[in-house]
Each structure stands twice: as C-alpha cells, then as structure tokens.
Design a protein around this ligand. Structure first.
Ligand SMILES: C[S@@+](CC[C@H](N)C(=O)[O-])C[C@H]1O[C@@H](n2cnc3c(N)ncnc32)[C@H](O)[C@@H]1O
Length: 294
C-alpha cells in the first residue's frame, strides 16, 4: 500500500510543504528526543491508544493508516490486530522516528506493514483504500487543517472510519501543568502564543474539531472525554527526568543555566514525591477521543 522511503532526502517536504516548520521541528532535537525516550514513552502513552482502537474497532484483514505514527508503537499494535491479511501504513514527517518504527516492524516480521516519510495533509493516499485512519496524538500539527482532513478522507473507503485521540486543554493535564508551573517560577514567562496554533493542544476545543472534520466532509462525528490518571512508571528520579524532558517545561528551561534546570528538577521531584507509590507516579490527564465516518 505504500513504499518505504524513510531514507529519502527531506528537501522536497521542506521546500514547498505547508507544514515546513513542523517538518523541521520533528526532524530536529525533538525527533531525536522521542527516539531516545521511546522505551520510556511507550508504556505511558499505550493505554490511551488502546482505548481508541477498542472504541473504533480494528478487524483482521483491514487496511489501516496510522497518521503521525512516530516511533511506531501504535502501528505495531494495529498491524498485529489486522493480521497478515490486512495492511498497515504508518505516515510521519520525522525521519528518525520513522526509522525506529521500521526497525521495530522488521524485528517483529510484520511484512504487511509499510512506513512512509510524508506530510499526511497533502500525501496522495491510495484513494478509497483504507477501512480505518487512526492517530494517537498525531493530527494536531497541521497548519492546513481542513485541507489535511479532506485529504486524509480521500484515502478512506466510502464507509471508512476515523479514530484519533488528542489532548484537552493544558490546564486539565496535570502531567504537563505541574512541571510547567514549577518552571515558570524560575524562568520568565514566554510571549503568549495562539493556544490553537499547530501543536499538542491545538485540538483542545471540541467544537473547533467538530467544525474542522465537518468542513472536511466527515460525518457521524463523536467526541468523548477521556480523563484517566496517566501512569509514569519508574523511580522518583526517573519520573522527574521524564516530566522535565518533554512538553512545555522542557521548552521553558531549554536555554536556562544548569543551576536553574537543577532547581526546577528538585521542585518537580518534591511536588511528586508524596504521590510516588513505589512503582511510579500517576498524574491526571484529559484527552478527547474523536471518531467519525468518511
Ligand atoms: C506527539 S507525536 C506522536 C507520535 C506517535 N503517534 C505516538 O503516539 O507515539 C506527533 C507525531 O506527528 C507527526 N506529524 C506531525 N505533523 C505531521 C504531518 N503533517 N504528517 C505526518 N506526521 C506528522 C510528528 O512527526 C510526530 O511523530
């Protein structure tokens, strides 16, 4: 269903694509960070992806597209669910993350799995071929949102399903709010940003998501709240490192001196210490589970 082109030069995507900033971002330090932390991230993110898969249904023999598949955790799970008679296509703009995904699929012998380095907003998907388009936190980064979803829809069969998960607002996600608030006690607040600009929280307003999907031609749009405690396994130090390694806190302290970084880590550690149960720390999270039909 698609070719493996992860070793291609990125220049075409960068030169004329609408999402060139994101292509640069996910091929720079951020992509490398996700690859380095993949083994730690997988268990933290896994439950939410499984909730979407169970809700939307993934059947043996189906053709599934995983948008923004990253290091491939969900692609591997989807490939196993559709089985060898099905097909799985992982799409991402990040070459380092796609490489990891490809290596993992090869190690598991998942021959019915392909990964492509492409911008899902304008990639020419095989028209009307997919039963399901899935994404775990991979569809909030388009600048051209309606066009992107209209393009993705073209890859679905007439009655094809869409199922993805995205974040509710930052202030409902303690796992990013807590370290961010600690960081803001040590570094100046950044210039206010458009909260709906492409990024992890761009789909936090469900009415807006409904509008985008509707304009793109999707029907039967359902948006359900999912508000679990997100488990962060590991020692207190490991969880502290994790919480300051990703998200707004990490960006706030990226250019800070070592003493400031240490102070932020110490305060995060102090804040979560009473909640460490010997195995890890569970922090409140809030996501939207979005389903629709082509
Ligand atoms: C937050 S990460 C999630 C990765 C993966 N789905 C997971 O849950 O581990 C977002 C992913 O979306 C990808 N992405 C962002 N914009 C994209 C686009 N226009 N087309 C395809 N992938 C994109 C990024 O490269 C990144 O891998």
């Amino acid at each position: 269903m698609g070719e493996h082109n992860t070793d291609d030069d990125m220049s075409d995507l960068k030169a004329d694509g609408p999402n060139s900033d994101q292509i640069e971002y996910w091929n720079g330090d951020t992509g490398d960070k996700w690859v380095d932390a993949q083994e730690k991230l997988d268990p933290v993110l896994e439950p939410a992806g499984l909730v979407v898969m169970d809700k939307v249904g993934v059947r043996p023999g189906e053709t599934v597209i995983d948008i923004g598949c990253g290091c491939g955790a969900t692609s591997l799970e989807l490939a196993q669910r559709v089985g060898p008679m099905g097909r799985l296509l992982g799409v991402d703009i990040s070459i380092p993350m796609l490489r990891r995904a490809g290596e993992r699929a090869a190690a598991l012998g998942l021959a019915h799995t392909a990964f492509i380095n492409a911008d899902a907003s304008n990639y020419r998907f095989e028209a009307g071929a997919a039963d399901l388009v899935f994404s775990r936190y991979g569809v909030m980064f388009f600048t051209n949102r309606v066009e992107a979803f209209a393009n993705i829809r073209k890859g679905l069969k007439d009655d094809g399903r869409l199922g993805f998960i995205c974040w509710q607002p930052l202030d409902k996600n303690e796992w990013v709010l807590l370290p961010r608030d600690v960081a803001l006690r040590h570094v100046p607040a950044p210039e206010p940003m458009d909260p709906l600009a492409p990024g992890p929280f761009a789909f936090s307003d469900p009415d807006r998501v409904r509008g985008i999907l509707g304009e793109a031609g999707f029907q039967d749009i359902a948006i359900d709240s999912h508000e679990p405690f997100m488990s962060n396994p590991g020692t207190l130090d490991e969880v502290t490192n994790f919480l300051t390694y990703f998200g707004p806190a990490s960006r706030l302290i990226a250019d800070a001196d070592d003493a400031t970084k240490k102070a932020v880590e110490n305060e995060v550690r102090e804040a979560i210490a009473p909640r460490h149960d010997g195995k890890g720390v569970a922090l409140k999270a809030a996501m939207w589970i979005v389903t629709a039909r082509a």
